[in-house]
Design a protein around this ligand. Structure first.
Ligand code: MOS
Length: 692
């Protein structure tokens, strides 16, 4: 029978989602459920002097006001954002200073709104700058990469270059904003804690709660069957899970804590703003002799997060002299964290814009420029690539986009009040796998149940894993049930770093193959069924040391209104080489979603820091615009067939994030082509178009 891997299969849980049957973390009904509402600090730095709970406790339905003076003590962990209500210090505006618990959400919220909190405020420092006196070099950058790298002699390379480009680019703070806000419903059964939690991987939330509450692994269960998006902000436990578990313990009742849209802007992470200096040196034909990428960005005083913004430059182009660096400053701000291709998304904006500037300076077509700089091995370190098909993506995209018909001169095409242009940029994202466990059981009726702690955050992962298992077990998909999102199934990778399918698919394949072998050995499925378990830790540790990356080419067409500065994007095209594609329908959705986020990053998304207020001013969708239907015109996402047997048994590279990488640069380059004005700062707002 023919396999289902590769087919455009619709989401298995689609009907249950659109009919409301699917339950998210805040949907579980529990007897005696009470609701917690978070009270946030109104200063950016200082101490809580007192919280006067007296009046609140007299309000109808109010059960408790949990503060640093009466909160349950937690065990120490590295992530200071999880040590909630453990002391009186205020590290940023919007930090949790109390949790009001009520019989209903409205009662808790009403009491929280008027809760008197006295502070002793200290001067705060919330503004990132490239000349900040407290810049430092972190030990490493996310996830565990070198802070600085150097090959050759960049200064000598630049000094001897025939052509140089030296510019500073910047990207603003951006907030993830998944559709479903972070939410947790927690209850204790004796000493066993169960939480329904919205996250990108129940394993990490399980680990965090085990440590914070000092429990055995078996004493905590995290259930996350359906999740409405994460974009990085749900990659680990967030404080609402800790607060719900803590309050449930203190009150002896099930507690639910749901963040409001406004609270997401302070409590669950965001992308750091970046300031990036890129220096390129080349010969007259555009062949690079030096590339230098220096990044300045922020972290908080609670937890150090260093976005890996310059890593894009470590894999993209051949050059004998290559350096990258990251500098941080710890400000009195919420902790920046993962957001939609951390590192590659902002880094590619700077470097792919600079490459367009180099193409212009050399008079070389920007696609040809990239082809001339294609490396044979990893530019920094010299390791071989497992596969690298950037040029194939550029050529396929050029053909589909009709690039050959393009007139390279900027600022020359006009249709009424609209200037028109096209642009291109390259894209890449690492293709990694992480150890996971899974079990597969053969039922006596001929069906199978796969269990693993995978997360489907709206990506279609459950469906894709069902396809994988069905093919391995050689049965139709309706004979396989894949159960996910339950930490009782054992540890597994999160839906993050575009590593979900590679990690989970690998362990599912391994468990299925084990089960088939067991069935053969038993001469069939015994009356009481058969279970096979797998763990990929050893397989992943045994992998050869290769550079594994997806690549892609992004093309954009823009129209720029000369009177208003409005930018429209009539066409985006992305062509990707990401190994094997498991589900053509959900994969296309992932890539289109990523490209939409890239459009959003290029033109709209910007969290505005107010130095005096001490926080990001825009706290809702009225003030923080994310690309919506009216902003998106035509987006085509496609891929080239790529076989790579050095990845994992499925040959997948992961497609969660590559769609956003390079998109903003392609749009900025198209805006240059349209107007003749270079845009080096995101977002490309109308005022920046009118006064560049
Ligand atoms: Mo994604 S930003 O790696 O969770």
């Amino acid at each position: 029978m023919s396999g289902t891997v590769g087919a455009p299969v619709s989401r298995i849980e689609g009907l249950s989602k659109v009919t409301g049957e699917a339950r998210y973390a805040a949907d579980f009904p529990l007897a005696g459920l009470a609701h917690g509402w978070i009270v946030q600090s109104t200063i950016a730095r200082g101490r809580v002097e007192s919280v006067d709970a007296g009046a609140a406790l007299q309000m109808p339905g109010v059960l408790a006001v949990v503060t640093a003076t009466n909160a349950m003590r937690l065990q120490d962990v590295d992530d200071g954002e999880l040590l909630v209500l453990q002391d009186q210090q205020v590290h940023y505006r919007g930090q949790t200073v109390a949790l009001v618990v009520g019989d209903t959400l409205e009662q808790a919220r009403a009491a929280a709104d008027g809760l008197p909190v006295e502070y002793q405020a200290e001067p705060h420092d919330v503004l990132l700058s490239a000349s900040h006196p407290r810049l430092f070099a972190p030990d490493h950058v996310n996830p565990n990469l070198p802070t600085d790298t150097l090959t050759g002699d960049v200064e000598a390379g630049l000094a001897g270059a025939a052509v140089t480009v030296d510019h500073t680019y910047s990207t603003p703070a951006e907030h993830n904003n998944p559709m479903e806000p972070h939410a947790t419903t927690a209850f204790w059964d004796g000493d066993r804690l169960t939480v329904y939690d919205s996250n990108q991987g129940a394993t990490r939330v399980h680990q965090a709660l085990v440590r914070l509450f000092g429990l055995e692994d078996s004493a905590v269960r995290v259930v996350s069957e359906h999740v409405g998006g994460g974009f990085g902000s749900k990659g680990g436990a967030r404080s609402q899970a800790v607060l719900a578990a803590m309050a449930a313990r203190m009150l002896g009742r099930p507690i639910r804590v749901v963040l409001s849209r406004k609270q997401l802007f302070s409590l669950v992470g965001y992308r750091t703003p970046t300031i990036q200096r890129v220096r390129l040196g080349s010969d007259r034909g555009g062949r690079l002799v030096a590339l230098d990428h220096q990044v300045v960005e922020q972290t908080s005083t609670v937890y150090e997060f260093a976005e890996q913004t310059a890593v894009f430059s470590r894999v993209m182009y051949a050059t004998p002299n290559l350096s990258t660096s990251h500098r941080l400053v710890a400000l009195d701000v919420p902790t920046p964290r993962w957001m939609r291709a951390p590192g590659e998304a902002p880094g590619s904006f700077a470097v792919e814009s600079a490459m367009d500037e180099l193409a212009e300076a050399c008079g070389v077509d920007p696609i040809e420029l990239r082809i001339r700089n294609e490396p044979v091995t990893e530019p920094e370190g010299g390791r071989p690539f497992s596969s690298r098909n950037l040029i194939a993506c550029l050529r396929e995209g050029a053909s589909r986009f009709r690039w050959a018909e393009r007139d390279p001169r900027p600022g020359t095409r006009r249709d009424g009040q609209w200037l028109m242009g096209t642009g291109v940029a390259a894209s890449t994202y690492p293709a990694r796998s992480a150890p996971s466990t899974a079990s597969v059981s053969a039922q006596e009726d001929g069906s199978f149940i796969v269990r693993l702690t995978a997360a489907d955050i709206g990506t279609g992962a459950r469906t894709a894993l069902t396809q994988v298992a069905a093919d391995e077990l050689q049965v139709p998909m309706d004979k396989v049930e894949v159960r996910i999102g339950d930490s009782d199934f054992g540890p597994a990778m999160i839906a993050g770093g575009s590593m979900g399918m590679a990690s989970w698919g690998w362990v599912v394949v391994k468990a299925c193959r084990q089960l088939i072998a067991d069935i053969d050995r038993c001469g069939g499925v015994p009356d009481d069924g058969l279970v096979a378990r797998a763990d990929t830790a050893d397989d992943i540790a045994a992998q050869a040391d290769l550079v594994r990356h997806s690549f892609g080419a992004q093309f954009a067409e823009v129209r720029v209104d000369v009177d208003t500065g409005e930018i429209r994007v009539p066409r985006l095209l992305g062509v990707f080489a990401a190994g094997r594609i498991v589900n053509a329908k959900t994969a296309r959705s992932q890539l289109i979603g990523g490209m939409t986020m890239g459009l959003s990053m290029a033109l709209f998304e910007e969290s505005l820091m107010d130095a005096e207020f001490g926080d990001y001013l825009n706290h809702d969708f009225a003030g923080y615009h994310i690309a919506a239907n009216a902003d998106v015109q035509r987006i085509d996402a496609t891929w080239i067939d790529e076989e790579d047997d050095q990845l994992n048994p499925l040959g997948v590279k992961g497609i969660g994030e590559i769609g956003i990488v390079g998109t903003a640069a392609a749009i900025a380059n198209a805006v240059y082509h349209a107007t003749g004005q270079r845009q080096r700062h995101l977002p490309i707002r109308p005022d920046r178009v009118l006064s560049p």
